[in-house]
Design a protein around this ligand. Structure first.
Ligand code: COA
Length: 275
């Protein structure tokens, strides 16, 4: 909570269920929500990994509960929601973070490879939203973890781009469909976040410095940067925000290599300046 401007009780009495919460960016979201007073349930396929995350979180006095499940299986989604409610007495925040990713050229990607990522990311997000809906009615938040890959063409990421574009469509549509039920639906699109499995999978160590240089803020984000964004969106400060996917990427996706080198543009602007 080193750079959090929020009070430690900002999310007191809130129960959050985070899919994919056992590691990476989503574990950072879990930690931030927990450090701001939320009770947190984490769902994932690997129970051992979830239990290890829980015991680390408990050392920080976070009330944590692990429930095993695969978001591709509707019955397991319903079960995770039921177990969370049984354990903590309710559900206020659903964070859809479970995702699958690997690099693959479209021509090499098998139909089942494409379907697998769509099933985890997009169908998994829908499944969880669908079963959480009756419990979130009144005053609830759905937070979908997206990406910026699909804002442009991203090599070897067709499958994930398609899935995340679909997730953004769910965010927009559910916000309009469920707003009258008191449910806000938002997203977070993280940029390059250091020391995560995603970064290891997608960027080889020898180009990390180059990736960092491509970020206008000249640094990688931290899992805490994403966690704090989640706390903001879950807090009363965001109570009129819905349908919005917040990009937290240090300006990375919006920047592109200059068509004309900056020095040359500078010279041109000086030459064109009115005397
Ligand atoms: N390149 C190309 N195709 C791949 C692949 C790769 N690196 N990894 C998996 N696939 C294909 C498989 O070949 C298979 O297709 P096929 O039946 O036509 O051969 C299909 O994807 C399913 O693979 P499988 O390993 O059976 O799926 P799974 O459900 O066990 O695993 C994944 C899901 C593939 C997304 C796996 O990477 C995973 O579990 N990831 C979770 C962690 C993660 O990705 N986190 C994201 C951090 S950014």
């Amino acid at each position: 909570m080193s750079h959090s401007p929020f009070q430690a009780d900002t999310l007191k009495n809130q129960v959050a269920l985070i899919t994919g919460g056992g590691s990476g960016i989503c574990l950072g979201v879990v930690r931030s929500l927990g450090l701001h007073g939320a009770k947190v349930a984490i769902m994932g396929r690997n129970l051992e990994k979830l239990q290890q995350a829980c015991s680390e979180l408990e050392q920080q006095n976070i009330d944590c509960y692990a429930v095993q499940g695969d978001v591709r299986d509707p019955e397991l989604c319903q079960n995770a929601i039921d177990q969370t409610i049984k354990h903590f007495g309710g559900l206020n925040i659903l964070v859809n973070g479970a995702a699958g990713n690997f690099l693959c050229a479209p021509e090499d990607l098998s139909p089942n490879g494409f379907k697998t990522v769509i099933d985890i990311d997009l169908c998994g997000t829908f499944n969880m939203c669908h079963f959480a809906y009756p419990h979130l009615k009144g005053q609830g938040l759905i937070l979908n973890i997206s990406a910026t890959l699909h804002y442009t063409g991203t090599p070897f990421q067709l499958h994930v781009s398609a899935a995340k574009a679909g997730i953004d469509a769910l965010t927009l549509n559910l916000a309009t469909e469920w707003g009258a039920d008191g449910i806000r639906v938002c997203g977070i699109a993280p940029g390059p976040i250091g020391d995560t499995e995603g970064m290891k999978r997608l960027a080889p160590p020898q180009i990390l410095e180059q990736v960092k240089e491509s970020v206008p803020l000249k640094r990688f984000g931290s899992v805490e940067d994403i966690g704090i964004a989640a706390v903001f969106l879950a807090s009363s400060a965001a109570h009129y925000i819905t349908g919005e996917t917040l990009v937290v990427d240090g300006g990375q996706w919006a920047s592109k290599p200059a068509m004309i080198p900056k020095e040359l543009v500078k010279q041109m602007s000086q030459a064109n300046r009115k005397k």
